[in-house]
Design a protein around this ligand. Sequence first.
Ligand SMILES: Nc1ncnc2c1ncn2[C@@H]1O[C@H](COP(=O)(O)OP(=O)(O)OP(=O)(O)O)[C@@H](O)[C@H]1O
Ligand SMILES: [Mg+2]
Length: 256
Amino acid sequence: MIEVREIGKTYGSVIALADVSTVVNPGEVTCVLGDNGAGKSTLIKILAGVHQHDKGQFLLDGNEVRFSSPREALDSGIATVYQDLAVVPLMSVWRNFYLGSEPTVGWGPLRRLDRRKGRETTKTALAEMGIDLRDVEQPVGTLSGGERQCVAIARAVHFGAKVLILDEPTAALGVKQAGVVLRYVAQARDRGLGVVLITHNPHHAYPVGDRFLLLKRGRSLGSYEKGDITIEELTRQMAGGAELEALEHELRAVQK
Ligand SMILES: Nc1ncnc2c1ncn2[C@@H]1O[C@H](COP(=O)(O)OP(=O)(O)OP(=O)(O)O)[C@@H](O)[C@H]1O
Ligand SMILES: [Mg+2]
């Protein structure tokens, strides 16, 4: 569905991304891994229409594209869930679910929110993803971080996204909550969406990922199919292999 070929992006003199290639297929999860400053967010911002690449090619369904706004990317079926989530904490869950496209009844000066329909649709859409919320009228701010991510994923699925991009959805979560979010990632995948999952945790990426793109200082260390790499190798590559072993040695020396 999406293919990037030797894509690159510079901010002034900073090379944020260079020569990165990968694909996103329907019903598959492409994981983007890398340490802080590796260029992960830069890559997804290009896919999401926030920034534009200045090198290489970005193809959507085989056609070269260049989005000039996030709206344009969204209209092409690419939905992005950012880590800080564009939610309004004091607004109810169902209003956040719609956020600007709430159903209405009546017309002209009599047009008003169709609360009942909004509540019911939200409840059904969440239930379809296996999310059981007591009350969709409760403020979104009262949900846990994991639940909020799940609502955002369900929203993208409900509004017909083809590609779902998640920027570190599990970064701030505990072990159990991260597991719940990963389960919804797998569900979105099983519904045929192409998913891009950004994380710096190989243990979160490996169970759900079909393909792993490793970035380091803006460059690609390789894009691996799941069958071509083990979790140990993935972890090693990310940590910089030899660097980690040297660190381990150093720390052990300190202990003594
Ligand atoms: N708007 C910007 N202007 C200048 N430099 C930027 C800008 N955005 C990112 N960079 C630089 O580009 C590089 C890649 O940043 P990016 O945010 O893509 O990293 P990341 O992999 O998402 O890191 P993190 O894990 O910390 O979120 C960094 O060196 C960063 O300082
Ligand atoms: Mg980032």
